[in-house]
Design a binder for this molecule. Sequence first.
Ligand SMILES: *[C@@H]1O[C@H](CO)[C@@H](O)[C@H](O)[C@H]1NC(C)=O
Length: 229
Amino acid sequence: MKMSFGLCSIFLVFWLASIAYASDPSQLQDFCVAVPDSKNAVFVNGKFCKNPNMVVADDFLYQGLNKAGNTSNQLGSFVTPVNVNQLEGLNTLGVSMARLDFAPYGINPPHTHPRATEAFLLLEGTLYVGFVTSNPADPAQKNKLFTKYLYPGDVFVFPQGLIHFQFNVGKTNAVAFAGFGSQNPGTITVANAVFGSDPKINPDVLAKAFQVEKNIIDYLQAQFWSNNN
Ligand SMILES: *[C@@H]1O[C@H](CO)[C@@H](O)[C@H](O)[C@H]1NC(C)=O
């Protein structure tokens, strides 16, 4: 009796795990091409759908991802996103992508995508990439760093929500493409969010949080935190 209850519990756990979503919820129609209509006082989880009778092939087309992004900025990298904000036909379909360009020694600084796991393909160049796990349950342990050097043809996964980075360690440009399990993965660049917010986070909060003198926080908050995408 006890045994069968245990087995049932195990099956219940697996069943519950199997219905957890790994991407946006399934769409309820063939497609739902987004329209920039905010006049309507209705909110949907995503964007409004264009009348399907008005939908054309161009609604599903984005052009120009063969072109390199401009990496002449302080980070030496540029992200060209192709999500529902650039390609309306992606609305409700649960995927998106991006092109990433890196000048020699360019960096895509530590950031997270709150709504998507990222599958990252390096086409050209050499990158040092990594991500850090969330806080461990055991307070004696530390957040764990996973890193790899990537070479052309390598695919690396950045799990949803975890802080990650890509750094060009080669002497040549690097080019990568990323796939996301969300039409709108979102990006939080850690330094920009913490030191470059508007209005600024009270420096006393950050001095205490980072255990440093307030003038260090003042210095960091005075910097220009550029956003590479
Ligand atoms: C790239 O960006 C830099 C800095 O904004 C600008 O001066 C330069 O003209 C841009 N290059 C191209 C090819 O657009």
